[in-house]
Design a protein around this ligand. Sequence first.
Ligand code: NCD
Length: 311
Amino acid sequence: MNQPPRHLLQIEGLHPPQIAAMLNVAESYVLLNRSGKTQRDLLRGRTLINLFFEDSTRTRTSFELAGKRLGADVINMSVSTSSVNKGETLLDTAATLNAMHCDLLVVRHDQSGAPALLAQKVDAAVINAGDGTHEHPTQALLDALTIRRRRGRLEGLVVAICGDILHSRVARSNIHLLTTMGSQVRVIGPPTLIPPEAERLGVTVFHDMQRGLEGADIVMALRLQKERMARGLVPSAREFFRFYGLDAAKLAWAKPDALVMHPGPMNRGVEIDSAVADDPAHSVIREQVEMGVAVRMAVLDLLSRRSRRND
Ligand code: NCD
């Protein structure tokens, strides 16, 4: 039950012991990173390719850092999707990657399902670094690790995810992970930004920030993903901030010691006010970035265990 999966394509379908095992290994990497030590023998001689068809700052660099800290050879490939035929290009790419004998493949793509398609065609273990509006599993793991380290558990916590839920793969992965681990998840946003299937995912939907935030242990703000919006789903950024932007007045509706999270990149003054984002009494946004490196080291370690055994 706590066997690591062959690929990490999504959180949906993982069992609580598998998630807990990944978080436990990540925890040990937090301590290793803080001690200033490395473990460069672990992935020595292994090749990790970062294949990014979409922009990324944190995710790409943290996978790179994670790979290097474990001794892998890391190659970054950035590809533009603008003019490509998805199916054909992905399959061509898969053939190229196989020829290069890549061991670990980290993929970000603007089409949901692209990493899963690649996983069928490459010999490498594939890690989804965000696919369209589908999932972003390592983000959910790093968010869970951040929460678990601060609160000692995930079970029974009230987590409010605010803003553009509809386009957010971060929200989807977090919903799957947190509900699987026994948290109570709420989503808060205007009706145009809440997916119709939200309630089937086991969350409670709110359109009013006050009602949604009352009693929340964790408040997660999300960026308005304009690049995924076919047409204006919100009247204006200023209007959005007035009703849904997380500022000190709205945060006061949550528990007094509520933690504030954001996956980045932040649009200050739209979904979150600077004063809240930078408030050390609540914000764990920087810690999320630190946890990101540890979680990615854990995932690279766990997914390569299978092939390391066969050496
Ligand atoms: C997110 C993403 O790309 O899904 N960012 C991230 O990986 N930390 C969220 C976003 O783009 O708003």
